[in-house]
Design a binder for this molecule. Structure first.
Ligand SMILES: [Fe+2]
Ligand SMILES: [Fe+2]
Length: 386
């Protein structure tokens, strides 16, 4: 049942990209004719460059701090895991390779379809990585100006992207070898999603951008941690290790982004506090919110509903992450704020209980509704309860 208030906080987008040859079952969205890659729908008012130009100086002055305190949170390539370490070794004699593939298929055989919906959705989210690098490079004062800039902010973003790139690679190959999912539909979904982009409402503003990434990295840490637990319970310890290993990368990335916001709160308390409030007012959009497979206009909402039902990522997690960040950044205890900063503090620090209360009411309504099945193209149109 789709009871999540916060996993799908979006108004239904009014346009999305699609292949004009593919017939579309319309529900609540309208599609512009011949829109092959329509611009993503704007969820927020299109505010751009909302950071006052003089604040760019703050990020310049923090470059050496970033080099000393943020870059060390990356792992050197030779100490990083690589996807092949978790996969059947294709260079060994064919019999041995096929034995390893058979073992993989036996391990995944008992995992339920609903688990695969969530794992595929997570993999697709990871695979839209070009969108996230693009998003970070929209941020004033920290973007990679040349594509190979030696600026520490840019170095972080490139190396972060390179670390993240292994996540989608590994999950995609594992899913491919499992034989449980329709890879062609998954590939189409990735292509649609990268074409559509995302709209997190970060306004080219690195204050907003780093609040967003702090939240998002923790959300992916939680979500991959839960898919690890479910894989273990479902009889696939290798997949559990894969998801757990990805989760530990997310945790390290979360630490970096949280540290950056912590520093901003130190050097510009009211500016940073206002940014936290601004992002929370908008609600943190999931990065794959424009997901589409050419068939289901509500694909993201359906995926999010299954994730909520399995407890992989829930509205409670959303409130937990907010509370964690409030504690980690010591927002309740911050003093010396301007009037605007104090109002932002009051809003942020009172938000989690309000979210939980709203969610309880949404859950109550959802309980009264009949559960229904939704067909997922990723699973050869098998029906899964949402
Ligand atoms: Fe990731
Ligand atoms: Fe991540």
């Amino acid at each position: 049942m789709q009871s999540s208030l916060l996993l799908s906080p979006l108004p239904i987008p009014t346009s999305f990209s699609h292949n004009p040859k593919t017939p579309i079952r319309r529900r609540r969205r309208t599609v512009p004719p011949a829109a092959v890659a329509a611009p993503p729908p704007l969820r927020h008012q299109s505010v751009t460059h909302s950071m006052p130009p003089e604040k760019t100086e703050i990020f310049r002055s923090l470059e050496s701090w970033a080099a000393q305190s943020v870059l060390p949170l990356l792992k050197p390539v030779d100490r990083c895991w690589q996807p092949t370490e978790f996969l059947p070794v294709s260079s060994q004699p064919y019999d041995q390779f096929s034995d390893e593939v058979r073992a993989l298929r036996e391990r995944t055989a008992d995992l339920p379809d609903e688990y695969f919906v969530v794992l595929v959705g997570d993999m697709i989210t990871e695979d839209a990585l070009p969108t996230y690098q693009t998003m970070i490079n929209t941020l004033d004062g920290v973007r990679d100006e040349t594509g190979a800039s030696a600026n520490p902010w840019a170095m972080w973003t490139r190396a972060w992207t390179a670390e993240e790139n292994r996540h989608g690679d590994l999950l995609r190959t594992y899913l491919y070898l499992s034989g449980r999912v329709d890879m062609n539909m998954i590939e189409r979904t990735v292509q649609y999603l990268i074409s559509s982009g995302m709209d997190p409402g970060t306004e080219n503003n690195p204050y907003l951008g780093f609040v967003y990434t702090s939240f998002q990295e923790r959300a992916t840490f939680v979500s991959h941690g839960n898919t690890a637990r479910l894989a273990k319970d479902g009889g696939d310890p290798v997949l559990a290790r894969i998801c757990g290993t990805i989760a530990s990368d997310e945790k390290r990335h979360e630490n970096a982004y949280v540290k950056i916001v912590e520093k901003l709160l130190e050097v510009d308390p009211s500016g940073a506090m206002t940014a936290v409030a601004d992002m929370m007012r908008k609600k943190i959009t999931m990065p794959a919110h424009l997901m589409y497979d050419g068939q289901d206009p509500s694909l993201f909402e359906h995926f999010a509903a299954v994730a909520q039902r399995l407890g992989v990522y829930t509205a409670d997690d959303y409130a937990d992450i907010l509370e964690y960040l409030i504690g980690r950044w010591r927002l309740e205890k911050m003093e010396g704020l301007t009037g605007e900063g104090r109002r932002a503090q009051e809003f942020v620090c009172g938000l989690a209980p309000r979210i939980r209360k709203l969610q309880e009411r949404a859950d109550e309504r959802a309980r009264k509704m009949e559960p229904r099945g939704v067909k997922f193209s990723w699973l050869f149109n098998k029906e899964v309860m949402v």
